[in-house]
Design a protein around this ligand. Structure first.
Ligand code: ADP
Ligand code: ASP
Ligand code: MG
Length: 416
């Protein structure tokens, strides 16, 4: 008998029919003698609907009230799933994050989990109950409901698995594993049997939304065996077959993505570029430009500073599109006040495409192959950034899918 955490995403919970299928699948695992905790997301579209409602009333919604609202989607899901399980004859109980409690900091809309009390859940499990806990939400020290950022149910599930020292965390979703790239963009994308933790961390941070990045961080920090698999198969397929399906996140490098040099391609449409032109090339400039941005909690991603000409240089960086307007407003004030005659230009029609692979450590020429492929497609590279296991380029958004497809082919990713 093992303790196993299941997570079901929005599509998997998308209708009462689908919820009944989830209940059948969960009941099958319970019948096999396992203790099961389930962490579902809101029904598909629900979180978007709630956020849109808020914006109809308040264009920049108050973050505390937004979390109060957005967290309700998951509360609907847990109650419906508990009822569906009870209809299969199982004992089941649902909890909101604050009832467990899942404690977070107070950073509304992007809160971080600080602790999870396992007492209540363990007691229920010992009584033979299936426990269902809302994904995406928690509670801060002052008792306010918080949410963990979009896609946050993945993080709730892995964190619950870590707190309960579960044998495995199974992330059920609408694809049957982690692919070499988003299979919705490249139909030849190939499912990976395993992916190293490091590669998954890069892919998630570079935009592959199959797992929220913080869930991968939790999996790594607490060594939670985590597997991504399909919720859309027949719920009654043999348990052994299901348990071995999908993609396992591995903590050992030698099992990495079938030994390929490049294991995957990630992309992110959520990028905006800002350039401060003609700033004096002297110590402290980067700090003067980026300091006020960081003070406003805006994350900066890629950064380049050009060679200076006549003591002046251009400084370019990227932020998430949703923070572009705020970043421009801050810069208009701070640059004008402290840096003088610089001008600021921006572009929100950019995307980032990245190739990822631990094999890059021991292979040269990956960057040149990437740049050659893009040049053959006539795609201009605006910015480049690299780490030990990834190369990212910023390009015009209208060439993003073309770039992903061309790179997928150039690196032979469709072949095992
Ligand atoms: P859920 O609602 O189950 O959390 P998400 O929509 O958040 O599901 O994540 C699953 C989606 O992630 C897939 O439908 C797929 O389009 C997308 N995706 C992006 N990159 C990848 C990848 N490398 N492998 C698999 N899926 C990916
Ligand atoms: N319902 C939340 C969202 O749509 C959390 C999740 O699905 O993981 O972002
Ligand atoms: Mg998700």
């Amino acid at each position: 008998m093992a303790l196993i955490v299941h997570k079901y995403g929005g599509t998997s919970m998308g209708s009462t029919e689908r919820i009944k299928n989830v209940a059948k699948r969960v009941a099958k695992w319970h019948d096999a003698g396992h203790q099961i905790v389930v962490v579902p997301s809101a029904m598909s579209g629900e979180t978007n609907r709630l956020i849109a409602l808020a914006k109809e009333i308040m264009p920049q919604p108050d973050p505390r009230e937004l979390d109060m609202l957005a967290s309700t989607g998951e509360q609907v899901s847990v109650a419906l799933l508990s009822m569906a399980l009870q209809m299969t004859g199982k004992k089941a109980v649902s909890y909101a994050g604050w009832q467990v409690p899942i404690k977070t900091d107070s950073a509304y809309t992007k809160a971080r989990i600080q602790s999870i009390d396992d007492a209540r859940v363990r007691k229920d499990l010992a009584e033979g109950k299936i426990v269902i806990i809302t994904g995406f939400q928690g509670v801060d020290d002052a008792g306010n409901i918080t949410t963990l950022g979009r896609g946050g149910s993945d993080t709730s599930a892995v964190a619950v698995a870590a707190a309960l020292k579960a044998q495995e965390c199974l992330i059920y979703t609408d694809v049957d594993g982690v692919y070499t790239t988003d299979p919705r963009v490249v139909s030849e994308a190939r499912r990976l049997k395993t992916v190293t933790f490091e590669e998954m961390l890069e892919m998630a941070s570079l935009g592959s939304k199959v797992l929220q990045i913080r869930s991968v961080e939790f999996a790594g920090n607490y060594k939670v065996p985590t597997r991504v698999l399909s919720s859309l198969t027949d719920p009654m397929i043999p348990l052994e077959e299901e348990a071995a399906s999908g993609t396992l996140i591995s903590f050992e490098e030698d099992t990495n993505m079938e030994q390929a040099v490049i294991s995957g391609i990630a992309f992110n449409r959520d990028e905006a570029k800002i350039t401060v032109l003609g700033v004096p090339d002297k110590p402290g400039i980067a700090y003067q430009i980026l300091g006020p941005i960081a003070d406003s909690n805006i994350e900066v991603d890629m950064i380049i500073q050009n060679q200076s000409v006549d003591g002046k240089t251009d400084f370019t960086f990227t932020v998430a599109r949703g923070e572009y307007v705020k970043a421009m407003e801050i810069l208009e004030k701070s640059v004008k006040a402290h840096i003088g005659a610089a001008s600021i230009v921006g572009d929100t029609k950019v995307s980032k495409v990245s190739v990822v692979g631990v094999g890059m450590r021991s292979h040269v020429g990956i960057a040149s192959q990437m740049f050659r492929t893009l040049s053959e497609e006539g795609i201009n590279i605006q910015m480049i950034s690299t780490s030990e296991i990834k190369i990212s380029v910023l390009i015009n958004e209208k060439y993003m899918e073309l770039a992903v497809r061309a790179l997928h082919k150039a690196f032979d990713l469709e072949k095992a």
